[in-house]
Write a protein that binds this ligand. Structure first.
Ligand code: ZN
Length: 203
């Protein structure tokens, strides 16, 4: 089983719960309607990867997301991660009304920074992604349609969350294909205070 790291301790998520379409600008970017209900999908433990692979049967797209670690059914830690997506395949599945697992739950479909303790207030949280030093994505918690606490309450009402499980809270606009050899640096700030920065090089 794959592990994530929280304050130096290894945890084994049973699943990753992802929210789609949580930032209005990204919904418009992909030409999707504003959802009437929260869009939720899962990645299994086997989707957690160590390497960022730019190509798996087709070009892989990055989505930078604030990630929340669950402990005792509560939000306990925060990290930054990439929800990796086979965008062409996802578009085909979506157009047919089929499940997204082939496009979202493949091996290596999620990479994570280490997790740190949740700050006292989440209101000032914002993320950014730089690709080879160029700002590609930025998003603020204040611009989410569903807050992490709302997602936790909604998902917990129908799915038991285990300690170690991770919530991925959706991506802001600026998604795109990975390029082998490029450097992806994701950072999470609480107001002006840097909480986490993590880099991957796509292969
Ligand atoms: Zn996503």
């Amino acid at each position: 089983m794959h592990q994530i790291h929280f304050q130096g301790r290894a945890l084994t998520p049973s699943k990753i719960i992802c929210v789609g379409r949580n930032y209005v600008a990204h919904i418009h970017e992909l030409g999707n309607p504003i959802p009437e209900q929260m869009v939720v999908f899962c990645k299994p433990n086997s989707a957690i990867g160590a390497q960022l692979k730019a190509y798996r049967d087709e070009p892989i797209h990055y989505e930078t997301e604030m990630c929340f670690l669950i402990q005792a059914q509560q939000l306990a830690g925060i990290g930054i991660g990439l929800d990796l997506t086979k965008r062409t395949l996802q578009a085909q599945l979506k157009s047919k009304g089929l499940p997204w697992e082939r496009a979202k739950a493949f091996d290596g479909a999620a990479v994570f920074s280490p997790f740190v303790a949740l700050p006292d207030s989440l209101d000032g949280l914002r993320l950014c992604l730089h690709i080879d030093g160029r700002l590609a994505q930025q998003g603020e918690l204040q611009h989410m349609i569903y807050s992490p606490q709302t997602i936790l309450a909604a998902v917990s009402s129908w799915m038991h969350l285990e300690t170690g499980d991770v919530l991925m809270t959706g991506t802001p606009s600026g998604v795109g294909p990975l390029q082998a050899g490029s450097h992806y640096t994701a950072a999470l700030y609480n107001a002006d205070h840097l909480l986490i920065e993590h880099s991957w090089t796509a292969i």
